[in-house]
Design a protein around this ligand. Structure first.
Ligand code: NAP
Length: 362
């Protein structure tokens, strides 16, 4: 896709000629994970010193970076020009840019807007966009499908990996349990008979207290042993660690992981350093939150194999294909998981092969 052409089309739609008539298709909002993603989209940016490039990106604007053919509609990918780190460091600027990207999506005539990676976290699961919403437009964080397929994918791995033989009586840690994806995964894990104990990890004590109170009120604390903590090294007892935080840094250290432990990481940008597998060859790190959608082609910006998508994008696509006029915002709920699960059954989507830092496992 020619970026200059696309920026001109965006500007015309945004400022002068918003698309009129019936809405169709979806827009998916993304951001570069790091500067290497920027280099892929704007190759000339390679020649700029990182500091200068970051400075320029903070003064740039959201634009359409690719198209996705599906459902006979124009589906577009709009990028915010800030990297994951910059979005968390300059949150007010990031929110301003995401809001403009959202308005651009609406003016390009889409019906559904999906919030990829940190565009969901930073807007508090889409809350910061509610006042801009035009009639007939729905927003999804894409987090429900992410939680659902991650849970299924991890369970399949535990069944098929003979190195990690133990498949029952497991201790499962959820890092980011007070967040949207983490909550969805927790809702499934709490009902999983193979998990005898859950360690729920968050960052903010008040949010952890709120989670504890809610679990108490729902009578879930008696169902299995549940530990709630903001001390990440507490995961050292866990056989399985699900990672879903919006932390800026590599918060998972080799010494926190139990012998032969399994880490399922959905974070983008990642919280689990690649070096962990060198320091600890006994553990398995699974690249999570990816799904195969055999009939769909994606622009070459996500760093995935053809026909593979991050689950948050796949959820946006699926809602659009299924013509669902409903929002999926905030923390993932069990009710939303059930609905997304029934929609998933109607699609030709498949769990991805197991990969670790981009390389095939098993
Ligand atoms: N693969 C995919 O398709 C896909 C789809 C969706 C999301 N994701 C990724 O999943 C991750 C979570 O997304 P989300 O929308 O669920 O985010 P979210 O709702 O903002 O939740 C983030 C969670 O991380 C915790 N956290 C943040 N910084 C932390 C730190 N330094 N140490 C420990 N915990 C920390 C937060 O704790 P507090 O509650 O205290 O703030 C919260 O529990 C992101 O990396 C996102 O890019 C991937």
């Amino acid at each position: 896709m020619k970026i200059a052409e696309s920026i001109i089309t965006d500007a015309l739609r945004y400022y002068f000629f918003p698309k009129k008539g019936a809405r169709s298709g979806f827009a998916f909002l993304v951001h570069p994970r790091d500067l290497s993603d920027v280099h892929k989209v704007i190759p000339v940016s390679k020649f700029l010193p990182d500091k200068v490039l970051r400075f320029l990106l903070r003064r740039f604007f959201a634009f359409t970076v690719g198209k996705i053919k599906a459902n006979h509609s124009e589906n577009i990918v709009i990028t915010i020009p800030l990297t994951g780190q910059e979005m968390l460091r300059h949150e007010t600027l990031a929110i301003r840019m995401i809001r403009k990207a959202f308005v651009l999506a609406q003016r390009r005539g889409v019906k559904m807007v999906g919030l990829g990676a940190y565009t969901s976290s930073v807007t508090k699961g889409g809350e910061a966009l509610a006042d801009l919403k035009e009639k007939g437009v729905c927003i999804t964080t894409g987090n429900t499908l992410t939680a659902l397929i991650s849970f299924r994918h991890l369970k399949l791995f535990l069944k098929s990996a003979d190195k990690h033989v133990k498949i029952s009586d497991l201790v499962c840690a959820v890092i980011g349990a007070t967040g949207s994806v983490g909550r969805g995964f927790m809702e499934l894990a709490v009902d999983e008979p193979e998990f005898s104990e859950l360690i729920l990890v968050g960052r903010t004590p008040e949010r952890l207290q709120k989670l504890k109170k809610e679990l108490e009120e729902r009578g879930l604390l008696g169902k299995k042993k549940i530990t709630i903590t903001n001390f990440i090294p507490d995961i050292v007892r866990a056989d399985v660690v699900f990672v879903a935080t919006s932390a800026r840094s590599m918060i998972i250290k080799p010494e926190y992981i139990k012998e032969n432990g399994v880490i399922y990481d959905v974070t983008q940008p990642r919280n689990v350093p690649k070096e962990i597998t060198e320091a600890r060859p006994d553990i398995a790190v699974i690249d999570g939150g990816v799904i195969e959608t055999p009939d769909i082609d994606y622009p070459n910006i996500f760093g995935l194999e053809p026909h593979f998508a991050f689950a948050c994008l796949a959820e946006t696509l699926m809602l659009s294909l299924s013509n669902i006029d409903r929002e999926f915002l905030g923390l993932v709920s069990k009710k939303d998981i059930d609905l997304i699960s029934s929609l998933l059954d109607e699609q030709n989507f498949k769990l991805a092969p197991f990969m670790s830092f981009g390389k095939k496992m098993l």
